[in-house]
Design a protein around this ligand. Structure first.
Ligand code: FEO
Ligand code: CA
Ligand code: CA
Length: 671
């Protein structure tokens, strides 16, 4: 997410503010040197290559490059020609590829759903239409999980947030600073209906083009205002999870700020609640038992004025309500009547995503980043083993297990530390009286364990082909020189980096690992940026602000970017999808594959079985940083947007959309 904005600030300023609302008091272990000694060798390499057009550094040490591959290597190389980098009002893809728009904000999902009319919106209509700001996209093949059918299946899609200035006529940007004078209860109800998730059937036609099935019996909308969800795991029923509306602490209406997610190995869809704090108004006063908790997560930021109409969004009136958000939610896309479940064993944080893998002992491991400056990387290891023959038998697998947080040592090793009540500092002496407390305040528990504060951990992707794990660290312009640590080695880091982790013995349940930087992002022709790519990377191929990632069926890594309102500073080019080599002599080479229209970020990259089709969610087109887009040079509104992508019809605002990319000749993408 690149955030809502506060009137009176530039987009970039608002973006910075929005990523710095929680308070982490333990921005801990720092090393004083400006450049981590670990990178000294590579800095020298960089000097040796200084004459190259790309002043990048060769081959990241490669934990790997010279080593025997324990778990196999991905197919080497990406075969496609790069499109030109740049920024304009539409998308671009590599030559020889076709982009079809499959689902747009407002598309009717049911027989009785009204056609989208941006001048006649209502909450009732929005509940039956595709939601706003699509983020994660997963795929569940039909007729059943495991069929590997790419011709027909279910897209599982998050709708992270809403942008009222381009959604609603005559409203303009609202916010805590500008006030919410143009907001009404009707508009708030539309916003809540536009948040949440969609499950939508798609099918491939004879011409290779995918379309959605409007009347599929599987289609479903889940919204913030309406969908009842269960709460399970250690925090279920705890007094800190109880509210006036739910004295049991086991039922909650809605999910919010659903960012990325993941498909489980048994075919359910995990949706990650990220910036839940921005939906509450007010904060309990100092001295209140929830004050420390609310402050740590930044609850009460009031990005939305929902509390003006609904008491549960006022953190002083319902102090426990915000404890019921910030979780990983599990949804069965094959059963539209199933109740989603918030799995509290995975910890409460600003969850970017939840990608999982079956460990070789059959336990399931879920990797998660907590996306805020100086926050942490986590993994959950299930206690029990997956049942491969009966997917329903895995119903409670994510309720029982251990949550770990990562500590990165400067020497390239690291430790996964368990968040278990009663161990180490996680005791009553520090205000933890149960495992429920540890999960509700996972951040504070991780602080006490000495976890490593990172440069905004976004997607964390395990690679089933190689066993390695990739972490997108998107940026952190607040990191000072005295706050550097091994994997976060640049102060005022506006560009981010992609980290590679290898669990000891390739065991995803291991408590130790090694780590390496795969690429350090930013402009490699500016020495002060300190970027690092394989020198084979072209002038089109470098990136800034890695966010979402995907691994294709051949084990190859794809990275999407989200520069937000700072795109002009970070790279001066639109966000994109990049193919990044992880193995062999090409390791660290990045190639541009697709780029967004102005103001959008890349989300929802997901490969369908066979790698002949790839989804991309184009989120918030026409919104971020349009003041820096020279041909436009102002903020977008509903009436006057920087782009009307993807329809380009007068009077139709830009519409966040899921697109399907395929090779025009029907071949395997990138091959
Ligand atoms: Fe919703 Fe961290 O991006
Ligand atoms: Ca992001
Ligand atoms: Ca994201």
């Amino acid at each position: 997410m690149t955030e809502r904005n506060y009137d009176g600030l530039t987009r970039a300023q608002a973006y910075e503010l929005s990523q710095d609302v929680g308070v982490n008091p333990s921005t801990e272990p720092t090393i004083g040197d400006v450049i981590n000694q670990r990178f000294g060798r590579r800095e020298m390499l960089k000097g040796a290559l200084g004459a190259a057009a790309i002043t990048a550094v060769a081959a990241p040490l490669a934990l790997a490059a010279g080593e025997a591959e324990a778990a196999g290597a991905p197919r080497a190389g990406f075969r496609f020609a790069e499109p030109e980098h740049g920024v304009d009002q539409t998308h671009h893809v590599a030559p020889g590829y076709t982009v079809d728009v499959v689902l747009r904000w407002g598309d009717p999902l049911f027989a009785d759903a009204p056609e989208f009319d941006p001048t006649r919106q209502s909450a009732a209509a929005q509940r039956r239409q595709f939601g706003y700001n699509c983020d994660y996209v997963g795929y569940a093949p039909l007729p059943e999980w495991g069929s590997r059918n790419a011709d027909r299946g279910l897209l599982c899609i998050n709708h992270e947030y809403t942008s009222e200035e381009v959604m609603f006529a005559g409203v303009g940007r609202q916010g805590e600073r500008a006030g919410f004078g143009k907001m009404t209860k009707d508009l708030v109800d539309i916003e809540m209906a536009a948040h949440g998730c969609s499950v939508v059937e798609i099918q491939r036609g004879r011409d290779g083009k995918y379309t959605y099935v409007r009347n599929s019996r599987y289609n479903r909308r889940l919204t913030t205002g309406d969908t009842v969800m269960a709460i399970s795991g250690p925090a279920a029923g705890h007094p800190r999870m109880r509210t006036t509306a739910d004295p049991t602490g086991t039922r909650v209406i809605g999910t919010v700020n659903n960012c990325a997610g993941g498909m489980t190995p048994w075919g359910t869809y995990l949706t990650a609640e990220e910036n839940f704090h921005g939906y509450s108004s007010n904060r309990v006063p100092e001295g209140h038992p929830e004050f420390r908790n609310q402050r740590r997560y930044g609850v009460g930021e009031r990005w939305y004025n929902w509390a003006d109409y609904y008491d549960r969004w006022d953190a002083t009136k319902e102090p426990m309500e915000s404890n019921r958000f910030g979780w990983i939610v599990e949804i069965d896309p094959y059963d539209p009547t199933s109740m989603p479940v918030k799995r509290t064993a995975l910890g409460r944080k600003k969850n970017e995503g939840a990608e999982s893998i079956v460990n070789r002992d059959g336990r399931v491991v879920v990797y998660m980043g907590d996306d805020e400056r100086f926050e942490y990387v986590y993994k959950f290891v299930s206690r029990n083993r997956i049942n491969r023959t009966d997917r329903r038998a895995n119903r409670s697998l994510l309720d029982d297990g251990t949550l770990f947080v990562a500590k990165y040592n400067d020497d390239g090793t690291g430790v996964w530390m368990p968040l278990v009540f009663g161990t180490g500092p996680l005791t009553a002496a520090n205000g933890f009286n149960s495992q429920a407390d540890v999960m509700i305040e996972a951040r504070r528990a991780a602080d006490l364990l000495g976890a490593t504060p990172m440069d905004r951990p976004e997607d964390v992707e395990p690679n089933a082909t190689t066993g390695r794990v990739y972490v997108a660290l998107t940026n952190n312009d607040r990191r000072r020189p005295d706050q550097l640590n091994g994997p976060n080695s640049r102060p005022a880091n506006e560009w981010g980096q992609v980290l590679e982790m290898i669990n000891t013995n390739d065991d995803h349940a291991a408590t130790t690992f090694r780590w390496e930087i795969l690429i350090r992002c930013g402009n490699p022709t500016i020495a002060a940026v300190g970027a690092m790519y394989n020198p084979a990377t072209s002038a089109n191929g470098w990136m800034a602000c890695p966010d979402n990632m995907a691994i294709d069926g051949q084990g190859r890594l794809w990275v999407g970017t989200d520069q937000g309102g700072s795109w002009s500073r970070a790279s001066g080019r639109a966000d994109g999808v990049y193919a990044v080599e992880t193995h062999g002599t090409g390791r660290g080479t990045s190639k541009l594959f697709f780029r967004t229209p102005i103001g959008a970020e890349i989300c929802g990259m997901h490969f369908l079985p066979g790698d002949r089709a790839m989804t991309i969610a184009v989120q918030h087109p026409g919104v971020d940083g349009t003041g820096d887009f020279r041909p436009f040079a102002r903020e977008s509104t509903f009436e006057d947007p920087a782009t009307r992508w993807p329809d380009f019809q007068p009077n139709m605002p830009p519409r966040p959309s899921v697109v399907m990319v395929r090779k025009t000749d029907g071949g395997v993408i990138g091959s």
